[in-house]
Design a protein around this ligand. Structure first.
Ligand code: ADP
Ligand code: MG
Length: 602
C-alpha cells in the first residue's frame, strides 16, 4: 500500500484524458466479462434449450423468440442460440479494440506528459545540477522512466479497478453464506488462511524493489558508456579503446542480465505460491466443512467463491510486484522533479527600461562548489563600462568560476555581484543573460542550418542582420563557400566545421546579440595560428565599446589589454597593468617566466 501511495500523485497525469481512460477501463471490463461469458453460458443456458426442453429457456429468451419468431418457436430458438456465440465474440472484439485503443492513447499521453515535465525541469536547472547528475541518468529520466511509470499507471489499471471489486463480491458472498449456514461458517474458518499470503507477497515485493534499484543504477551506467562511445569517436580510435569499450559494455549487460533474471525469478514465483497457499486453504476448508456436515452443493459454492477471492489476490499480488519494480525509477524522477533550483528565478524582477552600460562590481564574493572546494574568496573588484580586462592565473585558479558567476550559472555563496549597481539577483534570468555575450573555448553548434545557428544570438533576427554579424565575425567567406552557404545544415555539435570556423560562428552570435558585457573564456586557446589571426581581429572588433572579460590561455593574446586581474588559488592577488604587476608581484613574474620558457622551447 505504501508503494501505491507514492504513486498516487502521478494519477494527476491522467486527468486531462480521464474520460478516455475510463472508457478504456470499461472496454477492458466488457472484454473480460464477455470472455468469461462464452462457454459457461453456452453450457448452462443454451445447450439445454437446444438439445433438451425449450421450456427450460430463461424468460427473457422466450420473450425474444415470441416477439421475433411468433409462429416458429423451435426455429427461433435455434437461430437465436446459434447467433449467441458470434454475438459474444463481437462484444469481446469491441471490448478488446476499445480497451487497446483508449489504454494506449492514455498511455502515450501520460508518458509524454511526464517527459515534458522532466525535460522542462532539466532545462531550468542550474549548471551545478548537471555536475551532480550523470548524462546517462538524465537520458534515462527523460526517455526511460516515464515509460515504466506509465506501465504501472495505465496497464495495471484494469486490474486495479476490477480485481478489488471481484474480491469484495466474493468475500461478501462468503460472509453472507456464513450467516445463513452453520457448516459453511465452519468451513470459512479455513479461508482465514488467506491473509497469510500477504507476507510472502510483501517479502517478494521488497526483494523486487531492491533489485530494481540495482537495475536502475546499472541501466544509467550503460547509458553513460553508450553516450561516451557515440560522443568520443576520436579519442576511442586514437587511444585504441575499442576493445576496452566493448568489454565494458558486455560486462555491464551481463550484470544487468543476471539481476534481471533474479527479479524475474521472484516475480514468477509469486502466482504459483499464492495458488499453493490457496489450495491448502481450500483443502482445510474441505476438511472442516465435511466434518461439520456440509453438502456437496454448498461445498461447490464455497470452492467457487474461494476461487473468485484468490484470483484477484493473485492479480493484485502481481500489480504489487510491478509497483515495487518501478519504485526505483520513481525515486529517480522525484529526485529530478523536486530538485531545488539553486539559481532561483527572481520573483519580482526589476524592469529594465534602458540598456545597461555594463559596469560590473564584485562585492566580497565567496564561492564554493557543491564538492566543498572553495573556488573564490573575498573578491572585491570593479570593472568600468566598456573596459577590457584580462584574467590571468594558473589553471584552476578560479578564472572561469569568476566569469560564470556573472550570468548566474552559479550564485555566490557569500557576497553579491552588481551590474550598473543592480544586484544580479534582482534581474530576471533572461534579462540578465541578455546583457552578456559569451564565447567559450569549444562552442557547441546545433543540428540546424548555419543561419539558424547564428540566429541563436538573437531571437527573430532578420537574415540581413545575420549576414552582417557573420561579416563582422570574419565568417562570411567560409560560410559562403559551404555547399549550401548559409542554409547548410550543420551536423550535430558542428563536427563538420573546423575549430576556428565554429569559433567564428560563436562570435557572429555574439555580434548579433550585441550585449554590453562580453565574456571570452579561452576563446582562442584551441586554435591554430592562421584562424587565430582572423579570430583575434573579429574579437577585437567585438569587444569595442563593451565591457569585456578575457580569459587567455597565453598572455600574448592580452597584448592590447591594459588591465589584468591575477588570480591565485581563488584569491585575487593582483590588479593592474602588465608592467605594474611585473614590478610588484613575484607570483606574476613567476607565471610570466614559466610561459616565456615554454614559448621559447616551442
Ligand atoms: N564543477 C566543479 N565542481 C567542483 N569543483 C570545480 C568545478 N569547476 C571547477 N572546480 C574547481 O574550482 C577551482 C577553480 O576552477 P576554474 O574556475 O575552472 O579555474 P580556471 O578557469 O582558472 O582554470 C579549481 O580548483 C577546480 O578544480
Ligand atoms: Mg577555465
Amino acid at each position: 500500500m505504501d508503494s501505491f501511495k507514492k504513486f498516487l500523485p502521478y494519477y494527476r497525469y491522467l486527468k486531462p484524458v480521464w474520460w478516455r481512460f475510463a472508457l478504456g477501463v470499461l472496454f477492458g471490463v466488457l472484454f473480460s466479462v464477455s470472455s468469461g461469458l462464452g462457454l459457461p453460458v453456452m453450457a448452462e443456458t443454451v445447450f439445454p434449450v437446444l438439445f433438451g426442453n425449450p421450456e427450460e429457456a430463461p424468460a427473457w429468451l422466450k420473450v425474444l423468440v415470441e416477439t421475433w419468431f411468433g409462429d416458429d418457436v423451435q426455429g427461433g430458438f435455434l437461430i437465436l442460440c446459434c447467433l449467441f456465440l458470434p454475438f459474444i465474440m463481437l462484444l469481446r472484439a469491441v471490448g478488446a479494440v476499445g480497451n487497446g485503443y483508449f489504454i494506449t492513447y492514455t498511455g502515450i499521453y501520460v508518458v509524454q506528459a511526464i517527459q515534458i515535465d522532466v525535460f522542462k525541469k532539466v532545462q531550468g536547472m542550474p549548471l551545478a545540477f548537471f555536475q551532480r547528475h550523470k548524462t546517462g541518468e538524465l537520458i534515462a529520466a527523460i526517455m526511460g522512466y516515464p515509460r515504466q511509470i506509465k506501465q504501472v499507471l495505465v496497464n495495471n489499471s484494469n486490474d486495479l479497478v476490477k480485481q478489488p471489486l471481484t474480491l469484495l463480491s466474493a468475500v461478501g458472498f462468503l460472509i453472507y453464506k456464513s450467516f445463513t449456514s452453520e457448516s459453511f461458517f465452519t468451513a470459512v474458518i479455513g479461508v482465514l488462511s488467506i491473509p497469510i499470503i500477504i507476507f510472502p507477497i510483501r517479502q517478494i515485493g521488497r526483494y523486487l524493489a531492491r533489485r530494481s534499484r540495482q537495475l536502475v543504477v546499472m541501466g544509467e551506467a550503460l547509458n553513460s558508456s553508450t553516450i561516451e562511445t557515440v560522443q568520443s569517436p576520436v579519442e576511442i580510435r586514437t587511444y585504441n579503446l575499442e576493445r576496452q569499450q566493448n568489454q565494458r559494455f558486455i560486462d555491464q549487460l551481463s550484470k544487468i542480465f543476471r539481476i534481471s533474471m533474479k527479479s524475474v525469478r521472484s516475480s514468477l514465483i509469486m502466482s504459483p505460491l499464492i495458488e499453493v497457499v490457496a489450495a491448502t486453504g481450500l483443502a482445510f476448508a474441505l476438511f472442516l466443512g465435511v466434518r461439520s456436515g456440509m453438502e456437496q452443493g454448498e461445498f461447490l459454492a464455497l470452492a467457487v467463491a474461494l476461487y473468485m477471492a484468490y484470483t484477484p489476490i493473485k492479480k493484485l499480488g502481481r500489480v504489487h510486484g510491478s509497483l515495487k519494480m518501478v519504485e526505483a525509477p520513481l525515486e529517480r524522477l522525484e529526485d529530478i522533479l523536486q530538485a531545488e533550483e539553486s539559481v532561483p528565478e527572481t520573483l519580482n524582477p526589476r524592469v529594465l527600461d534602458c540598456p545597461l552600460r555594463g559596469v560590473i562590481n564584485f562585492e566580497n564574493v565567496h564561492f564554493s562548489y557543491a564538492t566543498g572546494t572553495p573556488a573564490l574568496q573575498s573578491i572585491n573588484v570593479e570593472i568600468a563600462s566598456g573596459e577590457s580586462v584580462g584574467l590571468v592565473g594558473k589553471s584552476g585558479a578560479g578564472k572561469s568560476t569568476f566569469v560564470n558567476l556573472i550570468p548566474r550559472l552559479f550564485d555566490p555563496t557569500q557576497g553579491r555581484i552588481l551590474i550598473d549597481g543592480i544586484d544580479t539577483r534582482e534581474l530576471s534570468l533572461s534579462d540578465l543573460r541578455n546583457q552578456i555575450g559569451y564565447v567559450p573555448q569549444m562552442p557547441i553548434l546545433f543540428n540546424v542550418s548555419v543561419i539558424d545557428n547564428i540566429r541563436v544570438g538573437k531571437e527573430g533576427a532578420s537574415d540581413a542582420e545575420i549576414i552582417e554579424a557573420a561579416r563582422l565575425a570574419n565568417a562570411l567567406e567560409f560560410i559562403e563557400s559551404l555547399p549550401d552557404g548559409f542554409n547548410t545544415v550543420l551536423s550535430e555539435r558542428g563536427n563538420s566545421l573546423s575549430g576556428g570556423q565554429r569559433q567564428r560562428i560563436a562570435i557572429a552570435r555574439a555580434f548579433l546579440k550585441d550585449a554590453p558585457i562580453l565574456i571570452l573564456d579561452e576563446a582562442t586557446s584551441a586554435l591554430d595560428n592562421t584562424s587565430d589571426q582572423l579570430i583575434q581581429e573579429a574579437l577585437r572588433r567585438l569587444s569595442e565599446n563593451r565591457t569585456t572579460l578575457i580569459i587567455a590561455h597565453q598572455m600574448g593574446t592580452l597584448k592590447d589589454v591594459s588591465r589584468r586581474l591575477f588570480f591565485k588559488q581563488g584569491i585575487l592577488v593582483g590588479d593592474g597593468s602588465h608592467e605594474e604587476l611585473m614590478e610588484s608581484n613575484s607570483d606574476y613574474i613567476g607565471l610570466v617566466n614559466v610561459e616565456n620558457a615554454v614559448g621559447q622551447s616551442d
